[in-house]
Design a protein around this ligand. Structure first.
Ligand code: TEU
Length: 518
């Protein structure tokens, strides 16, 4: 039997930014419950919640201080139980983020490690090392943090002397765990079972290509292309030892056959990527090839073909994403304004025509652009850690505009939302778009409805009909999808039109648009 997630549409809820039910200006789980109508009307199969566990929020929840409880900011455990029950009643599954690579520096384990001192078993749960150079004053190796600056921070020992260094691939508030220590897996197993027993339908696994580190922690090549384009040459990621961890996770998941795991895998070599999808590892891997592809037919073709090929190596289902809480929104990536929006809509048609699991990021269905925030509004740790050279990811995390004509647009009763919402978003609210036939919201609703009712996917099968520098045409699930990424109209002659991303003129498809035909 085909598992529920095989061709599912997942909706990513960034809880801080979706809807605020208690008026503190930050979204929460009560807000998600209150807006379930929106998700049901959109027709999604599942929610993926970004982390809601107890956290000091240095990285907005990706710094977990208690992995088996929900932060009061989001409403506590009771709010999650309520969401699971209410979503399930509407046949919407609930998956959540799991953060196994690191904890918060406020996690009891890390506090104990600091207190216990060098050589203690407490320090063995993290990657503490003596420094290099005279008096150990230099970091143990040259690794850099993904968020900028060194990946090591020196601690002050209990007696006040300068002490050891600990590894953090991300913020200094996110110490990396030592996955060679069996206690670490035992704790993750407890976490997995805790949530699965509460009715969670699976996990998105953060930095699933991280966790394991080479024992000697060799220096990295600092001129390597793109810090996270982890090939075999970046010792921080994709170490072979990671696969044993995934096998351990899968063995637990197999006790819960309804549940799914989706790993965040920033690995672009097909063979290396596919290893994570072996039958005893992850069910699916996030695939960032479409996120990286510019709006060019040949590049989009290659991204799709490579994704299908990578998944096929292990007989797994592919996954598709155009945006998430870490990258610029696609409307902006594709050039912004009307053109960026037209291209984003066309790409939504390409994505939703493909076999496999599709991930839609909250606000994508409204055609939200990235927001240029003023310096003083920025909250992403990337801004500080990069010495104010990288603005970070706040621009794609601005709260959702729901209704009304002025901020906070029904997101909250509090005008002081955690990130400011632009006034111009009055045109983009759910309320406005719901009554406009041509809106991006109604367009997404229609696409998801057609995906569910008309497409008949056959495994990973996609037939390429045409792909050149301007046009991409493929048949998938019995539907012909045509994308015009060139600058001239193209004739549409492949059957009856199901829908198109923009109006046709004389049977011709305009540039920056797509069509589905049967
Ligand atoms: O991201 C992993 C990751 O390495 C990148 O997506 C990274 O966040 C980005 O390139 C930095 O600009 C995951 C989460 O998706 C991200 O939100 C967290 O910050 C990160 O892990 C740490 O937990």
């Amino acid at each position: 039997m085909t598992p529920w997630w095989r061709d599912a549409v997942f909706y990513q809820v960034y809880p801080r930014s979706f809807a605020d039910s208690d008026g503190d200006g930050v979204g929460d789980l009560g807000g998600v419950v209150a807006r379930l109508d929106h998700l049901e009307r959109l027709g999604v199969d599942a929610i993926w919640l970004n982390p809601v566990m107890v956290s000091p929020m240095a990285d907005h929840g990706y710094d977990v201080a208690d992995p088996r409880d929900v932060d009061p900011l989001f409403g506590g455990l009771a709010a999650l139980d309520e969401l699971i029950a209410r979503a399930h009643a509407r046949r919407i599954r609930v998956t959540m983020d799991l953060v196994p690579n690191h904890t918060s520096s406020q996690h009891p384990w890390f506090r104990a490690a600091l207190a216990a001192g060098p050589g203690s078993p407490e320090r063995q749960r993290y990657l503490f090392r003596d420094g290099a150079g005279p008096a150990g004053s230099a970091p143990p190796n040259n690794w850099v943090s993904v968020f900028g600056g060194p990946a090591w921070t020196r601690v002050t020992e209990a007696d006040g002397s300068p002490g050891q260094w600990y590894l953090h691939l991300f913020d200094a508030e996110q110490p990396d765990l030592n996955w060679d220590n069996p206690e670490v897996f035992a704790d993750l197993e407890a976490t997995l079972r805790f949530w699965l027993n509460r009715g969670v339908d699976g996990f998105r696994i953060d930095v699933a290509h991280g966790m394991a580190k080479p024992p000697d922690l060799p220096d990295m090549e600092l001129d390597a292309l793109g810090v996270l384009a982890a090939g075999n040459d970046d010792p921080r990621f994709n170490h072979a030892g990671v696969h044993e961890i995934h096998r351990g996770i899968r063995a637990v998941l197999d006790d819960y056959p309804h549940a799914v795991t989706i790993g965040e895998i920033w690995v672009f070599d097909n063979a290396e990527f596919a290893k994570y999808l072996r039958a005893d590892e992850l069910h699916m891997g996030f695939n960032f090839r479409l996120v990286r592809a510019p709006f060019e037919a040949a590049r989009i073709h290659d991204a799709i073909a490579n994704s299908l090929a990578a998944a096929a190596l292990e007989g797994a289902g592919p996954t598709w994403t155009l945006s998430n809480h870490d990258v610029d929104r696609e409307v902006t990536r594709y050039g912004g304004g009307r053109r960026g929006l037209a291209r984003a809509r066309a790409m939504a048609m390409v994505m939703l025509a493909l076999p496999g699991a599709v991930f839609v990021y909250n606000g994508e269905e409204l055609g939200l652009p990235n927001v240029e925030l003023p310096d003083e509004a920025l909250q992403d740790p990337v801004w500080e850690r990069s010495g104010h050279t990288e603005r970070g990811r706040d621009g794609c995390r601005v709260p959702m505009p729901w209704e009304g004509s002025a901020p906070p647009f029904g997101f909250s009763t509090n005008p002081g939302t955690w990130l400011p919402i632009p006034r111009e978003w009055a045109r983009l609210t759910v309320e406005r778009q719901a009554v406009d036939d041509g809106s991006t919201l109604n367009f997404f609703r229609e696409l998801i409805r057609l995906r569910r009712n008309v497409f008949r996917f056959d495994g990973n099968h996609v037939e390429w009909v045409r792909h050149d520098e301007n046009v991409l045409t493929f048949r998938s699930g019995g539907v012909l999808c045509v994308l015009n990424a060139g600058d001239r109209t193209v004739p549409l002659d492949g059957g009856r039109l199901l829908t198109a991303s923009s109006a046709l003129t004389g049977g011709r498809l305009a540039p920056d648009s797509a069509a589905w035909l049967v």
